[in-house]
Design a protein around this ligand. Structure first.
Ligand code: ASP
Ligand code: MG
Length: 410
């Protein structure tokens, strides 16, 4: 085997059609010819996964999760076989595998399985034979030999996990953008590609909806120190390196601005201010498997207070129903909700050591006359809820206020 193993993941848009698969084959062969051992992880062609889920939903509103995994895992089986053929066509030797074939063992949580072990022997054997190894992303197998999948965007996790067990030199995420940006370039025209970012920041940005990487894959990479390189499948340029925090990163106060539009705000009014009430409310909501994001409770001067929180928009109806039940039970004043909200967030590890960051963000919004409805902060993140129609303006204002579009000398 050569000294360096490189894991390259190609997302759905990178293998959306035959021409793109041929393009990927060329890139893979080039990496191999440069003297590396190459392991490729592929997603399903284009929107295949969505289409397969759509098919299932035409058959039933409630597809059994085991069968859903059986179905959607076929997408990646198609792309890995086609890529192997395209590589053969270029005169190199390649072999494709399903997750099960390369021993990606998971737990039993269909549709969001966790990897519990990878036996990479088969991959190592094939690399020794000088072959390029192609692995179907997003899938594994549980101890009963049932096919499982790793959650949407799970090919990222496959790539990171393989990079870890193979002790790969690098884990490249090849996608349809040049890297990770300071904001969505479709919203902010002078958004800039970030050269280097910490796992923590990337995790926050991905959780806030930055599409490039699945949050779980970043968590995994962080835990095991797998360096990630996010880059474009369509160019040779260096993209964004995601790694452990290095000193210079602290000087950058804000790394990126994110916008989330798929949450809704629910308020339970005049909630009695007594021990155990919050516990009761959020226990009931959790029982319905609803993920609460921001929670705001104000001080009560009259023995009652309003309690607001945000939930995924998809869960709004379910949430209103539970909230109304609880409101009646605890003798609160009823439930109001708002679907038209957006959450704007800034993320940066420099916030830990710089002050005035929140004030500057609020000023940016104030200067545009944008009202803030909710605020939450954590060590490296500040989020504000604003009216949905102001979301994009808010991102632009904050991006400009922190000077993120300009070249920084870091
Ligand atoms: N094809 C799967 C999805 O669309 C996995 C992936 O692309 O990473 O979620
Ligand atoms: Mg996909």
């Amino acid at each position: 085997m050569s000294k360096r193993i490189i894991v390259q993941k190609y997302g759905g848009t990178s293998v959306a059609d035959v021409d793109r698969i041929k393009n990927v084959a060329k890139r893979v062969v080039k990496t191999k010819k440069a003297g590396n051992d190459v392991v490729v992880v592929v997603s399903a062609l284009g929107d295949t996964t969505d289409e397969l889920i759509g098919l299932a939903l035409q058959v039933t509103n409630n597809p059994p999760e085991r069968e859903l995994d059986m179905l959607v895992s076929t997408g990646e089986q198609v792309s890995c076989a086609l890529l192997a053929m395209a590589i053969h066509e270029l005169g190199e030797s390649a072999i494709s595998f399903t997750g099960a074939q390369v021993g990606i063992i998971t737990d039993n949580s269909f549709t969001k399985a966790r990897i519990i072990d990878i036996n990479a022997r088969r991959i190592v054997d094939e690399l020794k034979k000088k072959r390029i190894v192609i692995v179907a992303g997003f899938q594994g197998v549980n101890l009963n030999q049932d096919i499982t999948t790793l959650g949407r965007g799970g090919s990222n996790l496959t790539a990171v996990a393989l990079a870890k067990v193979l002790k790969a030199y690098s884990c490249e995420m090849n996608t349809d953008v040049e890297g990770v940006f300071t904001a969505d370039p479709r919203i902010v025209r002078d958004a800039r590609k970030i050269d280097r970012i910490s796992y923590e920041e990337m995790f926050e940005l991905a959780s806030l909806g930055a599409q490039v990487l699945q949050p779980r894959s970043i968590e995994f990479a962080m835990k095991f120190g797998v360096p990630i390189h996010v880059r474009s499948s369509f160019s040779e340029r260096t993209g964004t390196i995601i790694s452990r925090e290095v000193r210079a990163m602290e000087d950058i106060v804000v790394s990126g601005v994110a916008l989330t539009k798929n949450e809704a705000k629910v308020t339970i009014c005049d909630v009695p201010d007594r021990p155990g009430i919050a516990a009761k409310i959020f226990r009931e909501i959790a029982k319905q498997d609803i993920n609460v994001d921001m929670i705001v409770q104000n001080v009560s001067r009259t023995g009652a207070t309003d309690m607001s929180f945000t939930v995924p928009e998809n869960d709004l109806n379910k949430t209103i129903k539970v909230a109304k039940d609880i409101s009646a039970k605890i003798r609160a004043g009823g439930v109001i909700f708002d679907k038209d909200i957006a959450k704007v967030s800034i993320v940066g590890i420099g916030m830990r050591s710089h002050s005035g960051v929140a004030a500057k963000m609020f000023e940016a919004l104030a200067e545009k006359g944008i009202n803030i409805e909710m605020i939450s902060t954590s060590e490296i993140k500040i989020s504000c809820v604003v009216g949905k129609k102001y979301g994009e303006d808010a991102v632009r204002a904050i991006h400009a206020k922190f000077g993120l579009g300009k070249k920084r000398n870091s």
